[in-house]
Design a binder for this molecule. Structure first.
Ligand code: GLN
Length: 340
């Protein structure tokens, strides 16, 4: 009898602590908790002076390094912001995600795996050695070779039609018509011999699906699309919401396309530091040398930060720190599970 009542009270204790930890988890993502996390992250990192603007694209060195904004948009369309979330920077490599998603949508996941590749190279985003070692295979759409191959694969009868398709999908993800930063485009287009070399090397291996000079040009223009932290968060929130934009309510791509896109973001979204990022946050993400970084918490929210100074791998220093802080505070790492 004593034995039963003891095991009963143990059961109650267990149920109580399980309920408590569930509550703690639920409480971690209330509107107030989200606002607090954004405010704290902003105040903690606003004066950080680490990192340096990219300057291999000359125009990027002229962008205000003080721009710093955090935006989080939930899958039901609630918008949370802190700091400068309206200043524009060029999207750069973050664009690779949306062109990849469109190509998966148009051609299917298997075609992208076969024609471009979906494995992380573990090397810098513009590595030529990565292409050479694999004879053009086993690269992925989130490093330059795979991204230029994606621009070559996107549907459109000519270069203008392919470009329209790319700009449209970016605008759809952002829920507003986006435009190109002219000076950034001109600056990079006049100086992108390395990317042109990559495109020609892919052509030599039979892994380029359109004229390599024009495909590189489309890719360069795509990297110069202007976005704010709020735009990037809307784009991330659309991925978090299975391809339906929670702001415009429009379906942009299928849930299956998003599923494959997020997988490549997990393994290759932060270039050669993708493993370190995933180790700390557990979230698929994508960075760009313009200073933008977005992360996707599937089913819950998209978050983005813009801050131009970068670390040695080419990832925004403040953005990595601020997003990691918020994810931690909100207990949003999907690998963090309360035992039953
Ligand atoms: N347009 C840039 C390039 O090709 C994009 C690089 C990046 O953001 N990592 O070099």
């Amino acid at each position: 009898m004593k034995q039963t009542s003891r095991s009963h009270s143990r059961l109650w204790l267990f149920l109580l602590s399980a309920a408590l930890s569930l509550c703690l988890f639920a409480q971690a993502q209330t509107p107030k908790a989200i606002e607090d996390a954004l405010n704290e992250a902003y105040n903690k990192f606003r004066n950080l002076k680490e990192g340096k603007n990219a300057d291999y694209i000359k125009e990027l060195a002229n962008v205000d390094p003080e721009i710093f904004g955090i935006a989080l948009i939930t899958t039901d369309g609630k918008v949370y912001t802190k700091g400068d979330v309206t200043s524009m920077v060029s999207i750069q490599s973050v664009s690779k995600v949306f062109t990849m998603a469109k190509v998966i949508e148009e051609q299917g996941a298997q075609a992208v795996q076969d024609k471009i590749g979906v494995d992380a190279t573990g090397m810098r985003f513009n590595s030529i050695v990565a292409v050479e070692l694999q004879k053009g295979k086993e690269i992925n759409p989130l490093v330059n070779p795979g991204a230029i191959a994606s621009s070559s694969l996107i549907s459109g009868a000519d270069s203008a039609a392919k470009w329209r398709n790319i700009l449209q999908v970016h605008s759809d993800f952002a829920a507003r018509p986006l435009t190109v930063n002219g000076p950034v485009y001109i600056s990079e287009a006049g100086d992108n011999l390395r990317n042109q070399a990559i495109a020609h090397l892919l052509l030599a291996y039979g892994r380029m699906y359109f004229d390599p000079v024009q495909a590189t040009d489309i890719y360069t223009k795509q990297c110069a699309i202007n976005v704010s932290a709020k735009d990037l968060a809307t784009m991330a929130a659309t991925l978090a919401n299975g391809g339906v934009n929670p702001v415009s309510k429009k379906k942009i791509v299928s849930p299956e396309t998003v599923m494959h896109t997020l997988a490549v973001m997990s393994t290759a979204g932060l270039y050669d530091n993708s493993g370190i990022w995933l180790y700390h946050t557990g979230l698929p993400a994508k960075s760009g040398v313009g200073g933008g970084l977005l992360a996707v918490c599937p089913g819950k929210f998209g978050i983005a930060v813009v801050s131009p100074p970068l670390d040695a791998a080419g990832n925004s220093v403040k953005a990595q720190k601020a997003i990691s802080y918020v994810i931690d505070k909100l207990k949003a790492n999907p690998y963090l599970v309360q035992p039953k």
